[in-house]
Design a protein around this ligand. Structure first.
Ligand SMILES: [Zn+2]
Length: 66
């Protein structure tokens, strides 16, 4: 059984853009689970870290409401 990767939060330190993703497999999809540049300002140095509980809940709620 492959272990799914933990939820990730990608943060742009330039404009404050933030995205939390729930990768469904260990094959991360570019621009869905993983970003190589900020979609808002095209900044390329993005910070990726494990998502916090608050971010996970917020993103789950956002997906639920969509
Ligand atoms: Zn940005």
């Amino acid at each position: 059984m492959p272990i799914p990767p933990p939820p990730l939060t990608t943060i742009c330190s330039h404009c404050g853009w933030q995205h939390t993703s729930f990768p469904t497999s260990d094959a991360l999809k570019l621009n869905v689970d993983l970003f190589c540049r900020c979609p808002a300002c095209q900044h390329t140095e993005l910070e990726v870290r494990p998502a916090s509980r608050v971010e996970i809940m917020r993103e789950r709620l956002r997906q639920f409401l969509r």
